[in-house]
Design a protein around this ligand. Structure first.
Ligand code: SAM
Length: 292
């Protein structure tokens, strides 16, 4: 590739696709950014610079990748589509330090990936995420303890709102509680459907996530996940009834736990904050230990 094409120009990206015999694949959530300004804003928000360690998920045709590579960051990109991996191999030749891994990010071994960077280096995550995998992808990252210094991620608008929702919001659910447990999140800006090729059906939003202090100990965290994911399966039930289903404990014992956590047994899961879920987890954990 002699001259670097402008991959945010729809004409250029289509030309590249013809050259490599590619088509945008809907089942892989392929909607490519074609707006240089949005690309600049996302990369600026990630604050990447020389020597930083950065992982980009789903680089696609390289819109964000080239801008990140130009910043001088140590970059690893994870892309599932073999055709795009081929295209990226050529496009990114001017930056031999960028590592391209053909990989399904839902199967990534994050611990291993992180050890490929300098020991202890803070790692930033950047992505225009394939919308069809954003829920399971985020759950995976949280299960790993969100091992990043920060992340700037573009989601379908509804998912972005869910990740930062607070009690009482209509989209507040298990993902919101778990996201708020591991991170401090902020929606930075909305992104129009018109800046993608092909144009998606839904609007997008860019979110910044930063790791936050984890209230619970690592031994308590599996119980937190079980509690939160369990009770939100029946969000309209009272916390008392949904906990009964999750833990199968005698009702008086359960009421004792809720009482100790100062939670009204008739409140709904969607009314409880992450701090209340954490407190209830700790109390339940301590009582389970006493019981066993
Ligand atoms: N970053 C590019 C951009 O902004 O123009 C492309 C974004 S596109 C929304 C999502 C990208 O993620 C596509 O390149 C797609 O092939 C890739 N992708 C989809 N599922 C993936 C998976 N499970 N693992 C890794 N990459 C995936």
């Amino acid at each position: 590739m002699a001259e670097l094409p402008d991959i945010t120009s729809p004409r250029e990206i289509m030309k590249l696709f013809r050259h490599y015999g590619l088509q945008p694949l809907r089942h892989l959530g392929q909607n490519f950014l074609i707006d240089a300004n949005v690309v600049r804003k996302i990369v600026a928000a990630a604050e990447v610079g020389p020597g930083d360690s950065v992982i980009e998920v789903g680089p696609g045709a390289g819109a964000l990748t080239v801008t990140i590579a130009r910043s001088g960051a140590n970059l690893v990109v994870l892309e599932i589509d073999r055709g795009l991996v081929r295209l990226l191999g050529d496009l990114l030749q001017p930056w031999p330090t960028v590592r391209i891994l053909e990989q399904d990010v839902l199967k990534s071994d994050w611990k291993e990936l992180i050890t490929t960077f300098k020991h202890g280096a803070p790692i930033k995550l950047v992505s225009n995420l394939p919308y069809n995998i954003s829920g399971p992808f985020m759950y995976n990252l949280f299960e790993e303890g969100f091992p990043f210094n920060g992340a700037v991620l573009m989601f379908q608008k509804e998912v972005a709102h869910r990740l930062v929702a607070t009690p009482g919001d209509s989209d507040y659910g298990a993902l919101s509680v778990i996201s708020r447990y591991y991170t401090e999140g902020k929606i930075l800006f909305a992104v129009s459907k018109n800046v993608f090729w092909p144009r998606p059906k839904v609007g997008s939003a860019v979110l910044k996530l930063q790791p936050r202090f984890r209230i619970l100990n690592t031994e308590e965290e599996p119980l937190f996940w079980k509690l939160v994911q369990g009770v939100f399966q029946q969000r309209r039930k009272t916390i008392q009834n949904s906990m009964l289903r999750v833990f199968a404990l005698p009702r008086p014992l359960l009421n004792g736990l809720l009482d100790e956590a100062s939670i009204d047994p008739s409140s709904r899961p969607e009314e409880l904050s992450v701090e209340q879920f954490a407190k209830l987890t700790r109390i339940t954990y301590n009582n389970f230990n006493k019981l066993s």
